[in-house]
Design a protein around this ligand. Structure first.
Ligand SMILES: Cc1cc2nc3c(=O)[nH]c(=O)nc-3n(C[C@H](O)[C@H](O)[C@H](O)COP(=O)(O)OP(=O)(O)OC[C@H]3O[C@@H](n4cnc5c(N)ncnc54)[C@H](O)[C@@H]3O)c2cc1C
Length: 374
């Protein structure tokens, strides 16, 4: 085991939006922090890979931005997130929804074309994808305090300090130390993947474990095209299918090209596991062809992300259940050795917007306020 690599007043576990936003708030308050992130990159459930080479003629190619995690936010009512987007000078644009939608109800007959509808309130996207928000948040942080590839396994209290034991991909263990810990990973993942010594009180652990990690059972397929050819036919790019493999499809084009369609898979995580990924991709591609015509079956590039298979997002419990947003559990123990020492700040701990990006900002704000007062 490596000796303690660093100690900080506050150790943040997780480098998604909640962890990065907490780091930003701690920096403003002058509180010493370090952040341990299990993946090699920041963002957590936000994943916005770059456009492929084949579309290099487009200006936006440099910025990347096809969202395989979250795509939307709702500035009309998520005002803190809207202010942050403005403050970071990110470019936002409304989800493209003009035109008819395609609906596929039964195997017999071709899909029908129906009048589309506008979402209310309007869903907005970011140029460069939601990854632009992650980059914006990271830009204001001291990079030396962020440690990637550190999967925290255990938290122990020794001589009044919290020791965090993390492992990297080579299996090497590193010891980190702090006075307070912000858990910026989903409550279910914290309860099921971290060991607390002394143990956390059982009712709290069960409450955390019972909270579904929002969207963890989902998988997204995204196909990239030179042009949004469906728009020329008066279609919005939106579709619903009862047959699958895709269930709900939307236009995912970047503001100044390239074009794209994305769909959520309608199969359960358990069923997806039975398919080789290449077969799934072929089935999704063919499905888009069925819904939007032959050009849709010939994308320039395809992306696929199954969140249920990602151990730094989902647990086996998430893969089995599709659940809606649930009320947030208590974010911290009231009594016992961990009281006042740890606090959950991932999105699922938010009271107003649990599970959403806006919720990640909300619970990070509450968590930082609470540790800065104690
Ligand atoms: C497919 C999909 C679509 C979505 N659509 C939307 C949308 O349109 N709008 C919206 O508002 N929200 C949406 N969401 C939800 C949104 O992505 C989340 O609310 C938000 O990203 C949560 O951020 P977070 O920081 O709380 O958690 P996460 O992003 O889950 O971050 C947790 C971080 O902790 C790290 N971690 C986990 N375990 C450990 C460990 N043991 N040690 C160290 N690090 C660890 C992870 O690697 C990760 O980086 C969607 C999510 C998905 C998956």
């Amino acid at each position: 085991m490596k000796a303690s690599a660093a100690s900080a007043e506050c150790v943040i576990v997780g480098g998604g939006v909640s962890g990065l936003y907490a780091a930003r708030l701690l920096t403003k308050l002058g509180i010493d922090w370090c952040l341990l992130e299990g993946r090699k990159t920041a963002g957590g459930r936000i994943l916005s890979p770059a456009a492929p080479q084949a579309t290099a003629s487009h200006r936006s190619v440099r910025r990347g931005g096809f969202d395989l995690g979250p795509s939307w936010y709702w500035p009309e009512y998520q005002s803190d997130l809207a202010r942050l987007v403005e403050h970071l000078r990110l470019e936002a644009f409304p989800q493209f929804e003009l035109g008819d939608m395609v609906v596929e109800r039964a195997a017999a007959g071709s899909p029908s074309r129906l009048p589309g509808y506008r979402s209310v309130p309007q869903s907005w996207r970011l140029a460069g994808g939601m990854g632009a928000l992650v980059e914006g948040l990271r830009g204001g942080l001291d990079a030396e305090r962020i440690h990637f590839g550190q999967v925290v396994r255990r938290l122990e209290i020794h001589a009044g300090q919290i020791l965090l034991i993390a492992r990297d991909e080579r299996g090497e263990t590193t010891l980190w130390q702090g006075n307070k810990v912000l858990l910026a990973l989903p409550p279910r993942l914290a309860a099921q993947s971290l060991v607390f010594e002394p143990a956390l009180a059982e009712p709290l652990l069960s409450d955390w474990s019972a909270v579904p990690t929002w969207m963890a059972p989902q998988a997204k397929y995204l196909a990239v095209y030179e042009k949004p050819f469906w728009r020329e036919q008066g279609l919005s790019g939106e579709a619903r299918s009862a047959l699958g493999p895709l269930q709900e499809i939307h236009d995912a084009s970047l503001p100044d090209g390239p074009a794209a369609l994305f769909g959520f898979l309608g199969m359960s995580a358990r069923d997806r596991r039975r398919w080789p990924e290449s077969d799934l991709l072929d089935a999704c591609r063919e499905h888009l062809g069925r819904l939007f015509g032959a050009p849709a079956a010939a994308p320039l590039a395809q992306f696929y992300k199954d969140w249920a298979m990602d151990p730094l997002t989902a647990t086996a419990t998430d893969a089995d259940t599709i659940a809606d947003h649930v009320p947030a559990p208590s974010a911290a123990p009231d009594v016992g050795p961990w009281a006042g020492r740890i606090q959950g700040i991932a999105s699922e701990w938010a009271k107003e917007y649990p599970g959403y990006i806006a919720g990640a900002l909300e619970s990070a704000t509450v968590g930082v306020r609470s540790i800065s007062r104690s």
